[in-house]
Design a protein around this ligand. Structure first.
Ligand SMILES: [Fe+2]
Ligand SMILES: [Fe+2]
Length: 475
């Protein structure tokens, strides 16, 4: 695979210069993107030199080149993984047919919707995180959030390329609309709920990158199975970047937990008020943030029963996670899957046709993957000799989408009355007071190697640099 030419206006490995019309259309979209970045990208970061990773090719030696970049000069490129010769559709009713190199007419509307929905999450998260550079707990962390932000910007480019290249005029209109919507805007919000929530502090940011970027991983992995080959190749490359975002979240929460445990052991207390007075975030508050981000994120998988999910699968547009590694018939007619329902005030499992339950299948795969990292956080607490354990809440807790929407369920999975919910809400979800406390800890730390008092330093630096490396230069 060839190396990307950064002399091009739009770096790419898709032979853009051979398609003048497409090149002009994307060059026409580019200034709007840069204006969006200026307005909605990281606040007050224009002159910083940031030690960033930039991809110059999709092969192992080229996709992670490190060096200082002035953020608005970051080169957002278009990269597809190499084509697989004679690739076949490997699930759904078209199984065994050659993968599509162009959009099949009958699936055009659905494919466009899938691409737009994915594309919309990318700029949304940049908007949600735009003020956090101002309160970064260290240069290392500031560098990491900027890395995540520029790559989410690149993910938007990835989806916009598909819209421009394969969907003609309506694709171009959708690409414009992606720059017009705003996270949390009353009139023109982002498409999905979790992407309209605020990310007001760094604990939220770490939870977001752990839980919500992991939703990204599962959606992208399902799209990487797609019979529409350009979508599969695009999302495969996006997944390599996504891994770093989840690392930022997992290691971030782990460092917060580490610091809290250290403080608890130093002052010999498990009293949240005393932990807070010592400048760390008490474990119950971390648990409430976890409950919030987990429940909001699992809603992103959509309704537990969905005829759209069945259509997307049967028509070969969106597979299951690890579709290629599964050993069933990859068509799923006649298969069943359990979903939750409420009968006489109790949660019960009910078998439904699996094709209609594919959102639930993906959600359950996601939940399994999320729990693994939470267990790693628990090992930090265990090592510190503290009996507290973090856990993900029940799947039915705090849901807004599907059969469970609006139902009052405790984190343990017990259906409760409105009165019980209100009595315990502040034990289960971050209260205004929790958020105010966490906000009170936020303040920018800019000396290389120094860290805010509520978070432990990382075990190692980025790209084998030392932890006290000057990851951001302010000029
Ligand atoms: Fe992304
Ligand atoms: Fe991401």
């Amino acid at each position: 695979m060839s190396t990307i030419d950064y002399g091009d206006k739009i770096p790419n490995n898709v032979n853009l210069s051979e398609d003048r019309t497409l090149q002009r259309a994307l060059e026409h979209w580019q200034p709007g993107f840069l204006d969006w970045w200026k307005d909605m990208g990281p606040d007050n970061s224009r002159n910083f030199d940031v030690y960033l990773r930039t991809a110059i090719s999709v092969d192992p030696s080229g996709w992670a080149q490190f060096g200082y970049v002035k953020m608005p000069d970051y080169r957002w490129g278009i990269f597809l993984n190499p084509a697989e010769a004679d690739r076949k559709i490997h699930f759904g009713d078209h199984m065994g047919e050659p993968a599509w190199q162009d959009v099949p007419g009958e699936h055009r509307a659905n494919l466009r919707r899938i691409i737009v929905t994915q594309g919309d999450t990318e700029p949304a998260s940049v908007e949600q995180q735009r003020h956090l550079g101002l309160t970064a707990p260290s240069l290392y962390d500031m560098r990491n959030i900027f890395q995540v932000n520029v790559e989410e910007g690149r993910h938007l480019w990835a989806m916009v390329y598909l819209l421009h290249r394969y969907f003609g005029r309506d694709g171009r209109e959708e690409a414009e609309a992606l720059l017009a919507r705003r996270s949390g805007d009353a009139d023109n919000p982002r498409i999905l709920g979790a992407f309209n929530e605020k990310t007001p502090d760094w604990l939220s940011f770490f939870m977001f990158t752990y839980f919500t970027d992991r939703d990204g991983k599962f959606q992208l992995a399902a799209l990487a199975e797609s019979g529409f080959d350009p979508l599969a190749r695009t999302t495969k490359f996006m997944l390599t970047e996504e891994a770093h975002h989840m690392f930022v979240g997992e290691s971030g929460v782990s460092r917060v937990v580490q610091r809290t445990c250290d403080v608890m052991n130093q002052i010999k207390t498990d009293d949240p008020a005393k932990v807070r007075a010592a400048g760390a975030i008490d474990l119950p508050t971390i648990q409430r943030y976890l409950n919030f981000h987990f429940s909001v994120t699992i809603d992103l998988f959509g309704a537990d029963q969905s005829s759209n999910a069945a259509i997307f699968y049967s028509s070969g547009l969106k597979g299951r996670f690890d579709e290629g590694k599964r050993t069933d018939d990859h068509k799923l007619h006649g298969s069943h899957y359990p979903v939750l329902d409420v009968v006489d005030g109790k949660l019960v499992e009910r078998e439904v046709p699996m094709l209609n339950a594919l959102n639930e299948v993906l959600r359950d795969d996601y939940i399994k993957d999320s729990i693994a990292g939470v267990n790693r956080w628990n090992r930090v607490i265990e090592k510190a000799g503290i009996p507290f354990r973090l856990k993900v809440p029940h799947k039915a807790f705090n849901r807004q989408i599907g059969t469970l929407a609006g139902l009052r369920v405790s984190p343990e999975g017990k259906v409760v009355s409105e009165a019980e919910w209100n009595a315990h809400k502040d034990e289960w979800l971050p209260s205004a007071e929790d958020r105010a406390f966490v906000a009170s800890l936020m303040g920018r730390v800019v000396e290389p190697g120094k860290f805010a008092g509520w978070i432990a330093p990382p075990v190692m630096g980025i790209n084998r640099q030392p932890v006290d490396f000057e990851y951001v230069r302010f000029n």
